[in-house]
Ligand binder design. Sequence first.
Ligand SMILES: Nc1ncnc2c1ncn2[C@@H]1O[C@H](COP(=O)(O)OP(=O)(O)O)[C@@H](O)[C@H]1O
Ligand SMILES: [Mg+2]
Length: 265
Amino acid sequence: MACRAFLAPREIRMPGGHHKPPGSRDTLGLMCHGMFITFEGLDGSGKTTQVRRLVAALEAEGRRVVSLRNPGGTALGDRIRAILLDSRSESELGAITPTAELALMFADRAQSLAEIVKPALAEGAIVICDRYTDSSEAYQGGGRELGSERVLELHHAVCDGFQPDLTILLLPPLESSLRRARRRNERHIQTSGTDENRFEREGDEFYRRVYQAYRNIAQREPQRVVAITEDARIEAIASSVLTVVRERLQAHESARPIASPQTAS
Ligand SMILES: Nc1ncnc2c1ncn2[C@@H]1O[C@H](COP(=O)(O)OP(=O)(O)O)[C@@H](O)[C@H]1O
Ligand SMILES: [Mg+2]
């Protein structure tokens, strides 16, 4: 881990993970000053909604924010996203095996870390990513039953074990997420030619495994992962998110100043 400025000594460490002091160089040779925040949760849990609100709130304070989503954000990542999320991919390409799906997710991640995340962190920005490795652990490890260990080994090999400083896990009851996602997806199909519903064909058992895998991650890494489990209104969740992020930013900045209205060049 290259960017953990406020790592508690009692934290349970990820299998194969490694920690570097803040400001040390990572494998790309970049100094790491910014703060890396990820959003996780099931489809329909409200990630994209909350990312937008958080970006707007932080930018209104004059902070430099870079936001992206996994998969996507780079030219390669956008192609991978189209393959993995469009429900029509498999009629063209044939069945995508779970391990191929996992490997493509990590190919996307490697590219966006190198092209977007690490350079932005090196410049002191707050980087907010809609999904990251926890999604692979939950969906491919849990949902597709490849297991956490395989996913974490790949994370170590491909991403150098690079972990977020903070992960907001949106985990309202499973039924709420699924209902919202289905409603949103129907609207999306009506308004655009494409869909991102490949995972939606999965049954309830798949999503129960994803949900449980997320709970396990939150229990394993309570310092990094803040789970919001209430089924509350968008505004109430946004306010909880902002409180957590402000608290962590303060701790992060007292360890090492990052881009803010006072320190930005
Ligand atoms: N707390 C909430 N209560 C009710 N509806 C919500 C809430 N959060 C998001 N939504 C709605 O649910 C749908 C899915 O939200 P979205 O942010 O796209 O989820 P995700 O990115 O996690 O799939 C959207 O139509 C959004 O407006
Ligand atoms: Mg989304």
